[in-house]
Design a binder for this molecule. Structure first.
Ligand code: 5RP
Length: 231
């Protein structure tokens, strides 16, 4: 009888597999989350081969530095060859929902610097249509109720129920000093149009749909091993 690999085991597998996309002498774009933590740990084993990393969150920066990997300021970098990050959902075209870890804005910025987005995810993240995972939207606090009303009214043929994300009973404050709405009940059939539309609403800092910066490759951790999906 073969033993099931746990979700954390699958995350470790894809974290290690992502090392194949790390080119010697390069600065690597690094995302945020438990899957990326596995990648950072793997990266530490070959740290002498890379120049360092650009990080998408204070949490990843702290982990990279603790493991002796130099962290560069994104504002000092013109371009990155790869950005390696997890996802909350990924569809058959490589479009994703991200922001479960509240780092979506910096993730989108660092991803925009990279020639290729390499998504690392366990198989539970694979969906046919985005929206089962509540969509994170970073907002300027004074716009939160307005943005929630826009989702309730409907966008791109779907509507959702937006809830302010709390931590310890208070609104969660992002690394950028803003709030997060989590929007439930959406069915995002056209992620590109949806991302373009919601990004224009006053007060939206970043919507957690990554269609403009979709994955080029997804390393998907499955019970049969790591599958490489190219988009
Ligand atoms: C953080 C993210 C993460 O990539 C996403 O939440 C997946 O996290 P995990 O690897 O812990 O499942 O977008 O903002």
């Amino acid at each position: 009888m073969t033993q099931q690999v746990s979700q954390s085991g699958l995350k470790q597998q894809v974290g290690r597999a992502a090392l194949d996309y790390v080119e010697a002498g390069q600065i690597i774009g690094v995302g945020t989350g438990s899957t990326v933590n596995c990648f950072i740990d793997a990266l530490a084993t070959i740290k002498a081969r890379v120049r360092g990393a650009v990080s998408s969150s204070e949490a990843s920066t702290a982990r990279l530095k603790a493991l002796g990997i130099p962290v560069f300021d994104c504002a000092e970098i013109d371009a990155l060859s790869v950005y390696i990050d997890g996802a909350d959902e990924i569809d058959p075209h490589g479009c994703m929902i991200k922001g479960g870890g509240a780092a979506l804005t910096r993730e989108k910025i660092v991803a925009a610097h990279a020639a290729r987005f390499i998504c690392i995810a366990d198989e539970s993240k694979r969906v046919e249509v985005l929206g089962r995972f509540p969509l994170p939207v970073e907002v300027i606090p004074m716009a939160a109720r307005y943005v929630a009303r826009r989702f309730a009214a409907g966008v791109c043929g779907t509507r959702g129920d937006a809830i302010l994300r709390l931590r310890d009973g208070k609104p969660l404050i992002t690394d950028n000093g803003q709030h997060i709405l989590d929007v439930r009940g959406l069915h995002i059939a056209d992620p590109l149009t949806f991302e373009r539309e919601v990004s224009q609403w006053p007060g939206v800092v970043t919507v957690g749909v990554f269609a403009l910066q979709k994955a080029a490759v997804c390393l998907l951790g499955t019970q049969g091993g790591v599958r490489t999906l190219s988009f």
